[in-house]
Design a protein around this ligand. Structure first.
Ligand code: IVH
Length: 676
């Protein structure tokens, strides 16, 4: 079967529509439709093309996902060489550049185009009659690598020009780069997988673009900005560089908003300072700015010296990487207990500030980068990112260099440092006890779904910890009216209210208490499962790994977290103190799934029940092994409807789901208790 003309037209319409949305999203940063709608259109095109492969075109957005790996890249000869730029490092050098130009042109002042110098890779894109047919790296300027398959995966690069009458042949030049946020995410993922991280966004962009398997490139988020052109055939060039760039924008190429034009050297230096001030906040790395004489006629007059144009110059910023020595390596404890090795450095000026510490991320990174105390290293500080050790400078290791040894105990609280087999990060097991983690632990402990201490929020916890009034959650139960009333923004009345809330919180449930402990990976649902399964806190505290994994939904990771938490004497001590302070809960009727009368039954609550809150109804249902879900489907067993029940009730009636009221729910629970 061949595609009908209707299929052909539909495929073409879909391609057009998808390419337009792609442009709105990746180039203009102004999407018109939700992602899900884009995905739907995309899926429709994929289906059509699967059914009729003859409908696939080179500009189809489905071709952006990458293709089979290549044995090697082919060579690509640039018909017009890709030149380099001369550099200026000082204001004087820029003044000399401007002076030479004015002299050659015999002009009083010259108009310049000013733009950032992107820190990525230069590429050349070739469009024949408006369709992208090839793309290559700069290489040595004369010959680059043919990376067409990879460039097709870059969403910001148009596969087809967005104009009715495209030029017969057009080369567009620009920079492929990786945004800082995408770089950080990529490295975090690489670190998680135990794979090699990239030193900086430029290396990440280069490594991603030079993949023989373009499906890998497709997974890396690369960006592109056009800054020039090469061969142009079948199109009249305008009078200026900036006008040509506007035309390229009209064809669908992304340009940076940071471009500007100005006259005279003062404008250049002002632009340089302005960009320098913004540099850290930009979404991508730049290593300077580029000035280009704007008039193309004047550019022609100025011409070239050896491999660089006379009409342009790069004005460089201070480097974001520098060399220095590692004086020591010690560890920092984060708010979640993560232990991070930190290099103490011989102070070095980099990225505009003096850096004395740089992160080494985790122990595996220290090993992978092979950093020793005494080594000379490359340090990088870019943007708001924490300075990091990028690499060791080979051949500079002194004879007395020492390797890093991960401490066994937390430097803050002395609890054991523990590392899970499949996690890169080591953590302090001090949990509730460790002051580095204290605020987080306390805020969580008091939160609504945990101990529910109304009024004890982030700001108050901050104050109490800062004034050394709270160390562990147990201290909450010893706060006095006097202490509280003296805090900022706290009158006697609110202090009294808080004390009442603290008192009320003593009467809790085992599930809430377990959740409040803030054991890693133990969320509310798991805490409930644990409470029903073990019935008592002692049962949980003494459980073996095997016993823990017998709880539905508890796997190896959760079991390990619980074991580690319970193994730490400090944590047991805090639990003891909490119970001593009067925290208690009613006995839990131990349930197993088979015994429970409501087990396997799903409930949805809607409207206002006359005698109980939603949370209470939920607790009752879950207490009998039932599940409470937020939306009605065919799988729902009961919808419990109260006053002013809305769309969920309608849906239940529509699907024929049993609808009950509060009394019927209570009956059901009573019955289920008897059957247990
Ligand atoms: S124009 C004839 N503009 O700088 C001049 N280059 O040293 C051609 N670069 O390999 C280059 N941002 O990768 C130009 N706004 C910009 C640039 C830029 C970065 C890079 C480009 C090239 C190198 C030249």
């Amino acid at each position: 079967m061949f595609a009908s003309s209707a299929d052909f037209n539909r495929a073409e319409a879909l391609r057009k529509e998808l390419n337009r949305h792609n442009y709105l999203y990746y180039v203009l940063d102004a999407p018109e439709i939700p992602d899900a709608e884009y995905d739907r259109l995309f899926a429709e095109l994929v289906d059509l093309e699967k059914q009729y492969p003859e409908l696939i075109t080179v500009d189809s957005p489905t071709q952006r996902v990458g293709a089979a790996p290549l044995p090697e890249f082919g060579e690509f000869s640039h018909r017009i060489p890709m030149l380099s730029l001369n550099n200026a490092f000082t204001d004087e050098e820029v003044m000399a550049f401007d002076r030479r130009i004015r002299e050659t042109l015999d002009a009083d002042n010259v108009e310049y185009n000013m733009e950032p110098k992107f820190d990525g890779l230069a590429i050349n894109l070739v469009y024949e009659r408006g369709v992208l047919i090839a793309g290559a790296t700069r290489g040595d300027g004369a010959t680059g690598e043919n990376v067409t398959q990879n460039l097709r995966t870059v969403n910001a690069i148009p596969l087809r020009l967005n104009i009715a009458q495209p030029p017969a042949y057009l080369e567009v030049r620009g920079e492929v780069l990786m945004l800082r946020k995408d770089f950080e995410q990529l490295n975090a993922r690489q670190r998680e997988k135990g794979e090699k991280t990239f030193a900086n966004p430029r290396n990440a962009a280069a490594g991603s673009l030079r993949q023989l398997d373009s499906r890998i490139t497709a997974q890396r988020k690369l960006s592109f900005f056009a800054y020039g052109w090469g061969v142009v055939d079948g199109m009249e060039l305008p009078a200026t560089h900036s006008a040509m760039m506007e035309q390229l924008a009209g064809m669908g190429f992304p340009l940076t908003r940071l471009r500007a034009t100005g006259r005279g050297v003062e404008a250049l230096l002002q632009y340089y300072r302005q960009m320098g001030g913004q540099r850290d906040q930009l979404p991508f790395d730049i290593d300077g700015v580029v000035y280009k004489v704007n008039s193309l006629a004047q550019q022609n007059t100025l011409g070239f010296v050896s491999r660089a144009p006379r009409f342009a110059i790069a004005h460089k910023f201070p480097a974001q990487e520098a060399m220095t020595e590692v004086l020591d390596i010690d560890v920092q404890v984060g708010r979640t207990g993560a232990i991070t090795p930190v290099a103490r450095l011989n102070p070095v000026f980099v990225g505009g500030v003096t850096v004395t510490n740089a992160t080494l991320h985790n122990e595996d990174e220290v090993r992978r980068k092979d950093v020793h105390i005494g080594d000379t290293v490359v340090v990088r500080r870019a943007g708001d990112v924490i300075p990091e050790v990028v690499s060791v400078v080979p051949g500079k290791r002194p004879a007395n260099a020492r390797s890093f040894v991960m401490p066994t105990h937390c430097p803050v609280c002395g609890s054991h440092i523990i590392k899970l087999a499949d996690e890169a990060v080591a953590r302090c097991s001090g949990g509730l006890y460790c002051s580095a983690q204290r605020k987080q632990a306390l805020i969580h402990f008091a939160s609504r779904r945990a101990m529910d201490i109304e009024g004890l929020g982030e700001k108050l916890v901050d104050q109490l910890v800062e004034r050394d009034m709270l160390h562990t959650p147990a201290d909450i139960y010893h706060l006095t009216l006097n202490q509280l009333a003296n805090l900022e923004r706290m009158g006697e009345k609110s202090a009294q209210n808080l004390l009442q809330a603290i008192e009320a919180s003593k009467n809790t449930t085992l599930a809430r208490f377990i959740y409040a402990l803030g054991i890693r990976n133990v969320g509310e649902a798991t805490a409930k499962d644990l409470s029903y399964h073990f019935g008592t806190l002692e049962g949980l505290l003494e459980a073996t790994g095997e016993q823990l994994m017998a709880v539905p939904e508890v796997g190896e990771v959760i079991a390990q977290s619980i074991l580690q938490f319970c193994a730490e004497p400090h944590n047991r001590e805090v639990i003891r103190l909490l119970q001593q302070a009067g925290v208690h809960w009613p006995a839990v009727e131990k349930l197993t799934a088979a015994q429970s009368g409501l087990s396997g039954k799903t409930f949805v609550l809607t409207g206002t029940l006359p005698g109980m809150s939603r949370d209470e109804a939920k607790a009752l249902i879950e207490g009998q092994g039932g599940k409470v879900s937020g939306s009605v489907s065919r799988k729902t067993d009961f919808v419990v409807a109260g006053a002013e029940a809305g769309s969920k009730l309608e849906k239940a009636l529509e699907l024929g789901v049993t609808v009950i009221d509060q009394d019927q729910l209570l009956d059901l629970i009573e019955q289920s208790k008897q059957t247990m």
